[in-house]
Design a protein around this ligand. Structure first.
Ligand code: AMP
Ligand code: MG
Length: 491
């Protein structure tokens, strides 16, 4: 039996009230001996909870799912989704629960969500559990992304449960508490639109607008504008991923957030040596979610979202749904332009170019071709460009011809090279979560040694500032490691 504890959070749950069809009240499963292994003080402060109180017995009980705080009712969220292109009508929170919504220190409503909190009616064959390695991985990757300026949900805490969970081998069980603008997904709309009650998808669209795009309230066709907005935030998000070398790994429609944040860190990883075809996920045999496919897949997922909004938009405009298909298709096609524009702006910043100019398309295309051909380390290449501006180190030999073109283009802007180099270093990270270092930190954590994890986390929290003694954190994984490295889902 879970019990209630005194007030830790100031809950104000709106989803369950507005859309009871999309949630299922459900309790977390009790675990034997919870222990806090990681807490995010910055996130705790943002959701107005005292980190020391969280670390106390009552706080840890909540983070483990052994107690539900006063003022909330935990629910499993229902959603559907296309997984690797095939439709599943019923996915939902199979090992997660929405703890509740709170207003953060900036006045934004956010979800507090438990992951690994036990079986729910959505668990299908799964055990409802999570293990400590993958939960710490989500914590670390999300913090790294946040520090890189990429929109993302963040972890509040990880607790171990005292259980052994059977995966490839027995592993320590854990529960992650995470915070996100919401957990509404493309898959939530896919679930809603197939319910018999035709009003649900309409109410879901209204709810998403009010929560994430309040400026759209009162528009003549708010759901059309919602679609445009989600296209815009996703184009910008995927551009950010592509600029830092992030591979989500499982871009199923149920893992794409309506808010435009990165959510559901599973088999994700950062790419070292540049290759558009890079895939780390052990189950992605066809390379559907390869690095270079991410924009195409995002467009595909947004098409699934558009299909769910079709009846609502038709109603708003008093037209037959069929008549809207070509219109929505044009709207969806704006994704490509928006993505390319955001990506090109981001790339110009990485290259120290302050304004767009004729010939940029060629310059950027030849950059990508050169990186692909030479398999250069994506992250450190941009730092080497800034160093060469300071006459402080070479660029890789294979890049010299391209670098000469870039320097000409840069010279045409006439800015002081030292200033340009500083501006470049402010947007080109030196430290990213290198796969071999993440693995090493998680392996130690599984044995109870948190030191490598804490060190790596602190390095990644400030990714742009070079510090003494951190050389190994700036290096790519050894080539052998990179070739055989695999990541796993649902672990
Ligand atoms: P994911 O690949 O983590 O996005 O999860 C896809 C679906 O599988 C979601 O509905 C999850 O809730 C469910 N799922 C993943 N792992 C488990 C598990 N261990 N037990 C129950 N459901 C799970
Ligand atoms: Mg998921």
């Amino acid at each position: 039996m879970t019990s209630t504890v005194t007030k830790l959070f100031d809950f104000d749950n709106t989803l369950a009230k507005a859309l009871p069809e999309l949630v299922l009240p459900w309790q977390p499963v009790e675990v034997p001996s919870p222990e806090l292994v990681a807490v995010n003080r910055e996130v705790a402060a943002a959701v107005s909870v005292d980190a020391d109180a969280l670390a106390g017995e009552a706080g840890v009980a909540v983070l483990a799912g052994n107690a539900v705080p006063d003022g909330t009712e935990t629910v499993a969220m229902a959603y559907a989704g296309h997984q690797f292109g095939s439709y599943s009508p019923r996915l939902g929170d199979g090992r997660a629960l929405l703890l509740g919504e709170v207003i953060d220190s900036e006045g934004n409503r956010v979800d507090l969500h438990l992951k690994g909190s036990g079986r729910t009616p959505f668990s299908r064959g799964g055990d409802g559990k999570a293990t400590v390695g993958p939960m710490l991985r989500e914590f670390l990757m999300a913090e790294a992304m946040y520090a890189l300026g990429v929109p993302t949900g963040r972890a509040l805490a990880v607790v171990t449960t005292g259980e052994q969970i059977h995966r490839q081998k027995p592993e320590p069980g854990a529960v992650l508490t995470r915070v996100a603008a919401s957990h509404l997904r493309v898959g939530t709309f896919e679930y809603a639109v197939r319910l018999e009650d035709r009003s649900v998808v309409r109410r879901l669209a209204d709810y998403a607008i009010e929560r994430h795009y309040p400026d759209l309230v009162g528009e003549p066709s708010p759901s059309m504008e919602l679609l445009r907005s989600v296209i815009g935030v996703q184009a910008s998000l995927i551009a950010r991923w592509m600029l830092v070398g992030f591979i989500h790994g499982v871009m199923n429609t149920d893992n794409m957030a309506i808010s435009g944040e990165t959510i559901d860190y599973g088999p994700c990883a950062f790419m070292d040596r540049y290759d558009q075809r890079t895939v780390y996920s052990s189950i992605d045999h066809q390379g559907r979610y390869a690095f270079g496919n991410q924009p195409t897949i995002a467009h595909w997922n947004l098409t699934r979202l558009a299909e769910t909004l079709l009846p609502v938009i038709a109603e708003e405009n008093g037209v037959e749904p069929e008549a809207l298909i070509p219109v929505l298709s044009d709207v969806l096609d704006t994704f490509g332009d928006r993505f390319r524009a955001d990506w090109a702006d981001g790339m110009r910043a990485k290259l120290g170019l302050s304004e767009a100019a004729d010939g940029d398309d060629d310059l950027l295309r030849s950059l990508v071709e050169m990186l692909q051909e030479q398999r250069l380390d994506y992250t450190s290449f941009f730092r080497s460009l800034a160093r060469t501006l300071r006459d402080d180190g070479p660029v890789p030999e294979a890049a010299e011809a391209w670098v000469a073109t870039w320097r000409e283009r840069l010279a045409a802007e006439g800015r002081d090279p030292a200033e340009v180099a500083d501006a470049m270093d402010a947007v080109n990270p030196i430290y990213i979560p290198r796969n071999h270092l993440v693995d090493e930190a998680l392996a130690a954590a599984e044995l109870g040694d948190m030191e490598p994890f804490d060190t790596l986390l602190s390095v990644l929290t400030d990714p742009f500032t070079e510090r003494d003694g951190l050389d190994r954190y700036a290096e790519p994984a050894p080539e052998d490691f990179d070739r055989t490295f695999r990541t796993f889902c649902g672990t």
